[in-house]
Design a protein around this ligand. Sequence first.
Ligand code: FMN
Length: 377
Amino acid sequence: MTLEKMPALRIGDIEVDIPIVQGGMGVGISLSGLASTVANAGGIGVIATAGIGQFELDGDTNSRQADKKALQKEIRKAKAATNGIIGVNIMVALADFDDLVQCAVQEGANLLFLGAGLPIRLPQTLPLENLRELPTKFVPIVSSGKAAKIIFKAWEKRYKHIPDAVVVEGPLAGGHLGFKKEHLDNPDYALEKILPEVIAAIKPYEQQFHKNVPVIAAGGIYTGADIRKFMQLGAQAVQMGTRFVATYECDASPRFKQAYLNCRKEDIVIIDSPVGLPGRAIRNEFLERVSSGVKEPFKCPWKCLKNCDFKNVPYCIATALTNAKEGNMENGFAFAGTNAYRLNEIISVKELIDTLIEEYHCSGEVVDAGHKAGMNV
Ligand SMILES: Cc1cc2nc3c(=O)[nH]c(=O)nc-3n(C[C@H](O)[C@H](O)[C@H](O)COP(=O)(O)O)c2cc1C
């Protein structure tokens, strides 16, 4: 019996042995520490930019500058720690989206993952006529074939270029979700359903531009067998967030990680984020308090999100998430994917990746053996 290897992931001239992207997790959960460890293990490590400047001394007084400085520092730290592939996650909803994209490209990030909004316009400071010559690759994050089509159409028209890969994130993911609340449990919006829709939506553009655009599946992927399942449905890689939180190398405080280990299935809930999107998080006293109508008064020194109605929202999500990252769970909360309740120990990134590889192999044997015996497995 030969063990089938996980196929390498190729995005243009970038190649990684392990087709696993560590999802960008904002407000300090995935910084250079986690990202460089994942890259060293053969996957793609991703630094998230949401709230990245809040840990700088001038985070409150000059947030734009603080964000850029922190991003520059984190990319440099990651690159000093690995020769592997480092991505940067930038939410389109961030007020300083343009500055952060420019900074990440300048610092030589290998890939930019652009989500929480449709990245149909790139900053004017980039060489928009010659995007294909930039070493940095662009990877939008979408939750439907329709969204993928809108982005590809806009890029074709504006830039005579298309994105280099796409992440399709289903409704089981952690953090902000690109679905209406009432669609989250509707099987028509399940990852199994939207993945083939995204693949079909970008196919004509791949043919027109003679370019392979890998699709990366995300949201609720937990085991190596899950990875195999989504690869069989046409994904060329997976993006995983929740599982990377329960690692020693994750940049969050031990109390944040402990919230994952302590939670039960029923504690994982959908919240109405002040960003205007549903989000998946672990229920705690802070969320109980704000959902019962209690307002957490705050002054907004930075206006970090383009559409945040900061005078009327009940609490500042950036502050709440920063508190949680630092372990102050009394004044914050943890975003988490649907499967967070399945975690019961902290392990190393290497152990996690080795386990996923092993499970991937084993799930193949079961399927292959089943086929040989004519079984319907
Ligand atoms: C704590 C946390 C923070 C996240 N922050 C971001 C973010 O800043 N930007 C983003 O695009 N996705 C974010 N996500 C989504 C992840 O990148 C990833 O796609 C998703 O969690 C995948 O689902 P999984 O957690 O079930 O593996 C976050 C997820 C978690 C759990």
